[in-house]
Design a protein around this ligand. Sequence first.
Ligand SMILES: [Zn+2]
Length: 125
Amino acid sequence: MLYLVTLIFEGDNLLASSGLIEGYSVEDSGSEFCLCVYAFNIQPGVQIDYATGESALVDTASLEPIKQVSPESEPDYVLNKYTRKFHRPSCSSVQDIKPSNREDYPGSRETLVERGYEPCKRCHP
Ligand SMILES: [Zn+2]
């Protein structure tokens, strides 16, 4: 039986990036056993620096894309389009606003006043 492993180096790398493994049964000129495997010199979860020959464990969890979880944003103010008043979302009057007159407003107080809205006298937004 004859085995031949050819390591393949890229550039000036100290570590083989892949290898060619050949097996050959000499006794019967390879009719019984002939193997030719091209193997990359890599392992799952291991990062190999082929230039220096150093390898490091890769934290596969850190490769996961980071999910940006934004909290359910509450509107800054709730408008009553009918009375032209604006409220804090926590104001008890908000519940009395008809859905058709209600508008959630994520923005600044100044803009609302410019638009002609008045602050509620109960919640003083
Ligand atoms: Zn209010």
